[in-house]
Design a binder for this molecule. Structure first.
Ligand code: KIV
Length: 281
């Protein structure tokens, strides 16, 4: 019989403070230190990211492409976001938990509030992240009025990938840059506590960051944003066929896992696994 051990009792992070939105705001306003963010979609990854001292764990709708095998993030639905958010939240002792609002879940203010509340109550989100600027101002405003913390997302917004003509750098022209800057100002005015800036020129990332009091979190937005976020699977070298320019790979887990699994397969085939030491008398 296979004996499954329960998850080890989490003892790390007991001296680490659980971060709140105000701590993230203070990083820019008072402490002048960078903000670190990473995605996680399940308990084991969230536990490791949290233990490493990352400030914000984002349950991104990238879960659809990274874990669920969808072609785009737009296929992800609310129940999937809640399922993954719950697993992540159970692991966190330190990081702020931000959960993406999936495509179609914030089409109007009432729907946005209803779904954001589900992400908070059922998923355990500390904050939610919809994509867009002025276009979704009424939805953002309604959520904030209900006391829900909101993170913005501008630039290359994957839920609008077909409208944007693909996964392309946004804000390259003066007009586009001015539009994204104006959207960022609008979001700040509405009360979002930070804004993800995705795939924009580094000069625009710097300009927007300097124009706002709230922190910017960049992904492909250059070194001058107040923080950085990456999809953890990119950083760890999963799915090696995708190499966005802004991703720095810190490991090659694709290769490591394939090699470990092949060795296991070879050992089973040859009878080298299990040994008597790995068997019960
Ligand atoms: O879904 C996601 O992972 C995101 C990040 C890329 C910012 O929104």
């Amino acid at each position: 019989m296979c004996v499954r051990l329960p998850n080890p009792k989490v003892t790390y992070g007991q001296t680490m403070k659980r971060l709140a939105v105000q701590d993230i705001l203070n990083r820019k306003a008072k402490e002048h230190t960078k903000i670190t963010a990473l995605t996680a979609y399940d308990f084991p990854f969230a536990r490791l990211v949290d233990q490493a001292g990352i400030d914000i764990v984002l349950v991104g709708d990238s879960v659809g492409m990274v874990c669920l095998g969808y072609e785009t993030t737009s296929s992800v639905v609310m129940n999937e976001m809640i399922h993954h958010a719950k697993a992540v939240k159970r692991a966190l002792r330190h990081a702020l938990c931000v959960v993406d609002m999936p495509y179609g879940s914030y089409d109007d203010p009432a729907t946005a509030v209803e779904n954001a509340k589900r992400l908070v109550h059922e998923g355990g989100a500390d904050a939610v992240k919809p994509e867009g600027g002025k276009r979704i101002a009424r939805q953002i405003s309604a959520m904030i009025k209900e006391g829900i913390q909101v993170m913005g997302h501008l630039g290359m917004t994957p839920q609008s990938v077909s409208k944007l003509g693909g996964y392309k750098v946004q804000g390259k022209t003066e007009q586009e840059g001015a539009q994204i800057t104006s959207d960022a100002k609008t979001l700040e005015g509405l009360g979002v506590f930070s804004i993800v800036l995705e795939c924009i020129p580094h000069s625009l990332g710097k300009h927007i960051t300097e124009s706002l009091r709230i922190p910017t979190i960049g992904i492909g937005a250059g070194p001058d944003t107040d923080g950085q976020v990456l999809v953890i699977h990119d950083l760890l070298g999963f799915q090696s066929s995708v190499h966005p320019r802004f991703v720095r790979r810190y490991a090659d887990l694709d290769q490591m896992i394939r090699s470990a699994v092949s060795r296991y397969r070879d050992d089973v085939m040859s009878g080298a696994y299990p040994s008597m030491k790995e068997s019960f008398s």
